[in-house]
Each structure stands twice: as structure tokens, then as C-alpha cells.
Design a protein. Structure first.
Length: 258
């Protein structure tokens, strides 16, 4: 019974969903244009809220604009993109300088499943970003993605397809950052210490294997331009026994490309 409960908890925290969010107008100006994919999802809304707060120029992409306006805020600059359709993705790349992907399958099979979203959708985004000379792509993946025995692989091979999406980005030649959070918590940034790791060796059952969506958004924005994040794959967790601090910034120098 404990293993079943844990499995359902993993599903709940790793799959995206739409929830309500703040309604801040994004700021225009300058050459920067950040495309956020999966912007109406549970992690995406933290990202676009932080971008709006920081006055960054961005466009929020979703599969259903009407639903996104109702659930995630009507004042964002929404566009409708079907990441399963290469032409739709290419059209969204006009004047884009950076991409943040918060994409995630909403079912375990079918056209909204991991194969078509976490792999083929990410592949389409990477290929379109290359054509558009995007400066950097930040991809949210998941810790444990390299573990073939991860419980989520029993539900549509979630981690298998996420890893294929990662691999396509790493091999593409597009400048990138891949962030692998733990189980995601709907909490704002700045509550707990951020811990950066590499190697994907932390068990998903570890108490450390959690990440607040607010801190995930913070790291995504930091990764857009910082050289320390360039061509790096990393895991990001929160140590909930320690208060928030800037220790993670010192860890950046220890990250290795790959």
C-alpha cells in the first residue's frame, strides 16, 4: 500500500496541470523575447509570474488560450501552440531569443502522452529553436530520469521519453540548460535552501528529492543567460531543514558540462 501511495504521489507532483495564477502584464522593450512553453501548467505559471515581476519580455505558449486565460491569468501575452505540430512550433519562434520549456504529458498514453509531448514535442521545439538561432533553451525535465526502473516508467515510460527529449537537446548543438527537479511543491521561491547536484543519483524516495515550483522558476530565469549554466544538465532540490540562502550560487562553479 505504501508503494502504491508513493507512486500516485510521484504522478501528482511530476505531471503538469493548470491552476490559477497572478495577472501581471509582461513588459515589452528590447531585443529579448522569451518563449515559455507549457506556460499555463503548474510550473509554467510560476515561471511567467516571475518573468512578469522582473519586467522581462516574454510570450506565454499554451495548447488552449481560452482555458489558459481563465485558469492562469488573462493579462499575459498568450499564444496557442501545438508542440506536436512542427509548423505550429516554428510559427511561435518568430523573434524569439530564449526558450523555457515547462512541457509535460497530461496523460500516460495517446497524443497527449509522454512520447508525443516529452519527446516528440521537445524535439520539435529544439529543431525550431535551432532554425531560429535561439540563444539558449532551458528544459525542465525530472530527477530520476536516467533510472530505467523508476516507477513512472510503468506508466507510459514517462522517464524514458523525458530522457530521449533531453538527449535530443544535448546532441542538437543548441545552447541549453537542463534542470531536473524532484517532486514538485506548489510553494513560492525563497523558503528553503536550494541544492544543486549532478549525476542523477539521488533516490526518488529521499527526503531531499523535492523542489518548490517557485525555486524552479528562479533557476530557469537564472539559466537564461548565466555562463555557468551553459550546456549543463543538473538536478535541483530543496533542503527543507535549512532556510533559503545564496549557497547555490557558489555551487555553480562546480557544475560540469554535459
Amino acid at each position: 500500500m505504501r508503494r502504491v501511495c508513493l507512486l500516485f504521489l510521484l504522478v501528482f507532483t511530476l505531471l503538469p496541470g493548470c491552476t490559477s495564477g497572478p495577472s501581471n502584464q509582461s513588459a515589452a522593450g528590447g531585443a529579448e523575447r522569451i518563449l515559455v512553453l507549457g506556460a499555463s501548467g503548474r510550473s509554467g505559471r510560476y515561471i511567467i509570474a516571475q518573468l512578469a515581476k522582473d519586467g522581462r519580455n516574454f510570450v506565454a505558449a499554451t495548447s488552449n488560450v481560452e482555458r489558459a486565460r481563465e485558469n492562469a491569468g488573462a493579462d499575459y501575452n498568450w499564444i496557442e501552440v501545438d508542440v506536436r505540430d512542427p509548423a505550429s512550433v516554428r510559427a511561435a519562434m518568430t523573434d524569439v531569443t530564449h526558450v523555457i520549456s515547462a512541457l509535460g504529458a497530461t496523460s500516460f498514453e495517446g497524443e497527449n502522452g509522454p512520447e508525443f509531448v516529452d519527446y516528440m514535442g521537445v524535439r520539435n521545439v529544439v529543431d525550431a529553436a535551432l532554425e531560429a538561432d535561439v540563444r539558449r533553451m532551458v528544459l525542465i525535465s525530472a530527477s530520476g530520469v536516467t533510472n530505467p526502473d523508476h516507477p513512472l516508467n510503468k506508466l507510459g515510460n514517462v522517464m524514458v521519453w523525458k530522457l530521449k527529449g533531453e538527449d535530443h537537446l544535448r546532441e542538437s548543438g543548441l545552447p541549453y540548460t537542463i534542470i531536473r527537479p524532484g517532486g514538485l511543491l506548489d510553494k513560492d521561491a525563497g523558503q528553503f535552501r536550494i541544492v544543486l547536484r549532478q549525476g542523477d543519483d539521488l533516490p526518488y524516495t529521499s527526503k531531499l528529492s523535492v523542489t518548490t515550483r517557485g525555486d524552479l522558476a528562479l533557476l530557469c530565469l537564472a539559466a537564461l543567460d548565466a555562463e555557468e549554466f551553459r550546456n549543463v544538465t543538473l538536478e535541483a532540490f530543496n533542503d527543507r531543514t535549512q532556510p533559503a540562502d545564496d549557497a547555490w550560487k557558489e555551487q555553480l562553479a562546480q557544475l560540469t558540462p554535459g
